[in-house]
Design a protein around this ligand. Sequence first.
Ligand code: PGA
Length: 263
Amino acid sequence: MRNPLVIANWKMNGSLVDNSKWFDDGLSYLNLYPISKNIDIVVAPSFVYLSQAQQYISHIAAYYNIFVGTQDISCAKAGAYTGEVSVEMVKDFGVRYVIVGHSERRTRLHEDDVLVAKKVQQVLSYGLCPVLCVGESIEERQLNQTKDIVSRQLSVVLKYCKDYQETDMLDNLVLAYEPIWAIGTGEVATPEQAQEVHCFLREQLAETISVETANKIRIIYGGSVKPNNAKELFMQPDIDGALVGGASLNADSFMQICALSEQ
Ligand code: PGA
């Protein structure tokens, strides 16, 4: 039994004032819909707003499974890495989930599979949950390369995290299948398209690690998830939640998506 997981990826949006309003609104929608403790909810603001988000979340953490997350992390432990932020630092702010290898970082900031794998390794080593993003471009999909791409992205990470396979630390891994052509475009993958890739990823986890671990690891979908398309996606057997960008900027839309994830 995998608990649903819904993550708000705010990207480079927000301000002290706007975030306060989001949390105030969010609290009333949490009560309105209502959202149970079975759903893991994560809000991933920019690093600079972690403290603010953590303060809001600490007030309601007794009633909901709600956590702060980050959108990226350094692959290094500490030291002379100007501008970087370490896992140990964000752990200080109660962070539980760390998004790694988002396609915007892979494409615009040239993060490669090895760097992404080292980040995942770093997050796991602190007992936190890396949310590993994988996904193909539209050209790759048209060339029928979707499975090759996501399989390569996952296999590099699993190779680097081989040591954790002996322990149950890999249970903390979360995969986010995010087809690049669906991110921020309004064009969502069909539930069948998404399910096919999720199922394929779970099979790869089962072959490389174990069936038991594969059944525990959550695989969430990202790419234009909205309240009006979330339900069909969540009905698929291997879709365990969502990574939500645009729609997460509105507390009402985001909490509606959270509520739908439990059905
Ligand atoms: P979107 O973004 O929901 O705006 O498509 C998803 C993501 O980039 O994680």
